[in-house]
Design a protein around this ligand. Structure first.
Ligand code: M6R
Length: 595
């Protein structure tokens, strides 16, 4: 959840670290800090943004350093609790992501041995432990210290007497960035070093990596190990705002391009089928999709599309609620969906299933991320870097990947898969036309921004779309938004309807239209204002509701993607009207790497 960067090379470390931290701010951002190695180790940290850290930072000369943006877990938000943490002799500095579960007992022992602690964090024990084990061999001290730790961690450590950095991980991502000429990096996220190198090496649990200005080496308990290098094909430019006011808006606008990129080369010109370079599984008796947050909403759409096209029963499960591999049917397939590929809850569910021998397919946006390690095969979405905490383009590309997968495994009559395939080709154009309605959506957002609560209703395959719309409203606009299958309103939520509870209703041109109209009439009868998302052809809807946002007509399976695009824009503009910190909502972090 926090962000880590370490650099050792021929440039001034301070500038490299600050730039890297700015790229990482989306991961966690209540406080931040850097440590630079010079005659000793100099630390500068503060509560607040990296920009403030930069403004207040003293002159720091040195070509090796570590930096961190923090999302507090143990210990409140304060300068003392911000990383890096030094041991009490001032020789070892550490930055840490994760949770050290035995920190209290380690701290007690170390305190008895004379170590003096300055912070309330679990992380500080690591620098003291390394100092305790240090007998002149830095690598040895780090590997002995990590053996003492319980819990999860990605750490980067620096020693006053050694011109190198050491990284180690257990259940938290840590990546080497290699550039023999400019210097080498150890970071929690490739965005931290993408401006300097696109050559990444993902460390595995138990690895200890040493980076110097000329190279990197990796060892684990068996001795030296080789880990393969991955080219990150994201341009550094892709992670910049490119003139947009917020990353979220930029990323919403990138959707037509990235939808086509995810489809590209995968739809065969010759019928039937798609080209996914995936092995087929025979005799599948069931498919379980596992994910969290927005990815779970994609899984809910996937559940319906896969069941319909393949005839194989599919079900989506929230990763933290997954009961373990025993719950899987024999001959079943597990699909793990995670944009980051690093979400702890999802990884934990997949890891236990992998160990129990389950067949696993991963869908992720980040090449080389941990999720692939637990999967037999990985289907990449090509959304590119997503910086805003709110997932937008990564959701729509996950849906595209799921549509492709359903077509690939389809057992439905060929025309059904062929029709979906044809309509996928036209999808980006439809998303484009929603983006053209931005001024109308902005106007609706102006009106809705005055309400503190909202209900969102839909039926069938659009129910996940309203769940996703409600999540966007909560996380970026701080509106208490609740999504319901429309038929459920009368079973309780009606009690909350009034003139100050706007209801956003999805009214597509499918067999859910008529029952949706009935639900809307019931809502109107209770005095709540209704905004409908309806197709361009639906003139009759105007008579029933207060306002309408138009979305292009599409077959039912594709309509959640279009409706969510409209809801993303609506949430964005409501948040903007309300003056919310859109890209970095309070209390949230982009990648949730703690369980
Ligand atoms: O990286 P993942 O897709 O595994 O992340 C899962 C959720 O944490 C994520 O979708 C979260 O809900 C987003 N902030 C929603 O916008």
């Amino acid at each position: 959840m926090c962000g880590i960067i370490g650099y050792v090379g021929n440039k001034e470390a301070k500038q490299v670290l600050l730039k890297g931290l700015k790229r990482l701010q989306y991961r966690g951002y209540d406080s931040c800090g850097i440590a630079v190695r010079n005659d000793g180790i100099t630390i500068h940290k503060n509560v607040g943004t990296v920009e403030e850290l930069e403004r207040t930072s003293p002159k720091l000369k040195g070509r090796a350093g570590i930096g961190h943006t923090r999302w507090a877990t143990h210990g409140g938000v304060s300068q003392l609790n911000a990383h890096p943490h030094l041991d009490c002799t001032g020789t070892v500095a550490v930055v840490h992501n994760g949770v050290i579960t035995n920190y209290a007992e380690l701290k007690e022992h170390l305190t008895k041995e004379g170590h003096v602690f300055r912070s309330d964090t679990d992380s500080e024990v690591i620098s003291h432990l390394i100092e305790k084990h240090y007998r002149g061999n830095f690598e040895e001290a780090v590997s002995r210290a990590v053996r003492d730790l319980s819990g999860s961690f990605a750490i980067v450590v620096m020693h006053r007497d050694h011109p190198k950095l050491i990284g180690a991980r257990r259940e938290c991502p840590l990546i080497l960035g290699k550039n023999e000429r400019a210097g080498n990096f150890i970071a929690s996220d490739v965005l931290a070093f993408l401006e300097h190198t696109d050559r990444a090496v993902y460390l595995e649990d138990g690895d200890i990596a040493v980076a110097t200005d000329t190279g990197v080496t990796i060892t684990n308990s068996d001795g030296p190990v080789e880990r393969s290098e991955v080219r990150i094909e994201w341009g550094a430019e892709e992670s910049k705002k490119a003139g947009y006011e917020h990353f979220m808006l930029k990323e919403i606008h990138e959707q037509p391009k990235v939808i086509d990129r995810t489809l590209s080369g995968r739809i065969k010109a010759v019928e039937p089928g798609v080209e996914l370079e995936l092995k087929h599984y025979d005799n599948l008796s069931g498919i379980t999709l596992i994910a969290c947050g927005t990815s779970y909403h994609a899984a809910l759409v996937g559940e319906q599309v896969i069941s319909e096209l393949t005839g194989i029963p599919a079900r989506a499960v929230i990763a933290s609620e997954f009961k373990g591999a025993d719950a899987l049917r024999p001959e079943s397939l597990l699909i793990g969906i995670s944009q980051s590929g690093e979400t702890a809850d999802t990884l934990r569910a997949l890891k236990t299933s992998h160990e129990a021998g389950a067949r696993i397919l991963a869908i992720t946006n980040v090449p080389g991320s941990t999720i692939s390690r637990y999967a037999d095969q990985t289907l990449y979405t090509y959304a590119g870097p997503e910086v805003a905490v709110a997932a937008t383009k990564t959701f729509t590309t996950q849906l595209v990947a799921l549509y492709l997968l359903a077509i690939a495994y389809s057992k439905a009559p060929a025309y059904a898969a062929a029709r979906l395939k044809d309509d996928l080709r036209a999808l980006s154009g439809k998303v484009e036309s929603i983006l053209e309605s931005e001024p109308q959506i902005m106007e609706q957002a102006g009106y809705l921004s005055h309400f503190h609560n909202a209900f969102l209703i839909a039926r069938g395959i659009n129910y996940p779309a309203v769940l996703e719309g409600a999540l966007k409203l909560k996380e970026v606009a701080y509106v208490h938004a609740e999504a319901f299958p429309a038929g459920e309103l009368k079973h309780g939520p009606f009690a909350l309807l009034s003139a100050v509870t706007p209801v956003i209703a999805i009214v597509p041109e499918d067999d859910t239209r008529e029952p949706m109209l009935t639900s809307i009439k019931e809502v109107k009868a209770r005095g709540a204002p209704v905004l409908a998302l309806a197709t361009e052809n639906d003139e009759a809807i105007e008579q029933l509701v207060d306002t309408v946002i138009r979305v292009p007509a599409a077959q039912a399976m594709l309509s959640p993607l279009l409706n969510v695009t409209a809801l993303q824009l609506l949430a964005y503009y409501i948040a903007r009207e309300r003056g919310c910190p859109i890209d970095m909502p309070v209390n949230l972090a982009k990648s949730v790497t703690v369980p």
